[in-house]
Design a protein around this ligand. Structure first.
Ligand code: SAH
Ligand code: SF4
Length: 363
């Protein structure tokens, strides 16, 4: 049993199952996540016998930290190995009033949004709870604490590689540890899940673990969104916006954040802005405009700054809140949409295998 895979509930049940007192779970959770313990011998307030028993029955296994880079603006990127041929990235973004860790949830992503480097790589598998939490575990360890003893990471955004809501159970367990006072103790308002719009899972998240929600909108109509965010064909805008309204009713924040990537000449005209205002009329929301971050053979250009400002002004003139996301860490390919890690792509391999079979049948 890898104890980094368990939240308080799971750990309590596990201790009971091995004949130990349930309160041990709180103690061990604090060792694991607040003090970053790497083995059971460090847990000095557990009796020696129990430490030996745990050493035999359990593991503390985080992904392997392979590399670390720091950008000129202080953004830091960590590369973690999660098995042969597969690596994911996590990014720490320091700001004056907070420190945000951007966490990955899958090795690659199957949703293939046309402007996203992760989407281009295809998909390998979901990350385990230990692999999701392992990013926070490592980053906390490496970053250390502020002189006052405060942690540098005050916010977590699930905006790294992958679609969090397609790894639902592991996401919810990892969130539960992030929010737990015996572990990371983050407030629900400071943990944000970003989704491309998996409607049924948005409803489940609202019921199980309502944290702040960001929705990747990127287009004001279905035709354009089908092209940019192909999952829109399954969950079109009407259904997506209805799910957003349901979510706001239970959310820790009284708005949804709509992310909107600014692609030159594609979705960035004043007419698009006006259509967006109309579309989101009934949803309490804030807009976060993300200047497109380029990667090799992306096939898109970033909207010029004046176009982004004009788009923001249109929204603001209609009484909407719109901010422009600052590009951080792009000199180390750590900006939104640039995370690539290393993905041994199963989806494409399957396709290639099918192609080969088709070719063999034809021959
Ligand atoms: N799969 C989730 C979360 C990960 S992507 C989602 O799509 O919401 C996090 C954010 O980065 C999303 O809003 C995504 O659309 C945006 N993004 C992806 N590629 C980008 C790029 N090349 N430039 C700027 N933003 C990008
Ligand atoms: Fe996946 Fe999000 Fe990238 Fe789309 S933008 S391919 S959903 S990671």
């Amino acid at each position: 049993m890898n104890l980094l895979d368990l939240d308080l509930e799971g750990l309590t049940a596990w201790f009971q199952a091995i004949g130990e007192k349930p309160y041990r779970a709180r103690q061990v959770l604090r060792w694991l996540h607040q003090r970053g313990a790497e083995d059971f011998e460090q847990m000095t307030d557990l009796a020696k016998g129990l430490r030996e028993k745990l050493t035999q029955m359990a593991q503390i296994r985080a992904p392997t930290l392979i590399a670390e880079q720091t950008a000129v603006d202080g953004t830091r990127k960590f590369l973690l190995e999660v098995g042969p041929g597969n690596r994911v990235e996590t990014v720490f973004i320091p700001e004056t009033d907070r420190g945000t860790l951007c966490v990955s949830t899958q090795v690659g992503c199957a949703l293939a949004c046309s402007f996203c480097a992760t989407g281009r790589q295809g998909f390998n598998r979901n990350l385990s709870v230990a692999e999701i939490l392992g990013q926070l575990w490592w980053a906390n360890k490496v970053l250390g604490r502020e002189p006052g003893g405060e942690r540098l990471i005050s916010n977590v955004v699930l905006m790294g590689m992958g679609e969090p809501l397609l790894n639902f159970e592991n996401l919810v367990t990892a969130l539960s540890v992030m929010l737990d006072d015996h572990a990371y103790g983050l407030s629900r308002r400071r943990v944000t899940v970003s989704t491309s719009g998996i409607v049924p899972a948005m409803d489940r998240l609202r019921e199980r673990m309502p944290v702040a929600l960001a929705v990747s909108l990127h287009a004001p109509d279905d035709d354009l969104r089908n092209e940019l965010v192909p999952i829109n064909r399954k969950y079109p805008l009407r259904e997506l916006l209805a799910a957003c309204r349901r979510y706001v009713a239970a959310a820790p924040r009284d708005f949804i954040t709509f992310e909107y990537v600014m692609l030159d000449g594609v979705n960035d005209s004043p007419a698009h802005a006006r259509a967006l205002i109309e579309l989101t009329r009934d949803v309490p929301c804030k807009f976060n405009l993300i200047p497109f971050n380029p990667f090799a053979d992306a096939g898109y250009r970033r909207s010029p700054p004046q176009t982004v400002r004009r788009f923001a002004s249109e929204l603001q003139a209609a009484g909407r809140i719109a901010t422009i996301r600052k590009t951080r860490g792009d000199d180390i390919d750590a900006a939104c949409g640039q995370l690539a890690g290393e993905v041994e792509d199963k989806s494409r391999r399957v396709l290639r295998r099918m192609d080969r079979q088709t070719a063999e049948v034809a021959a």
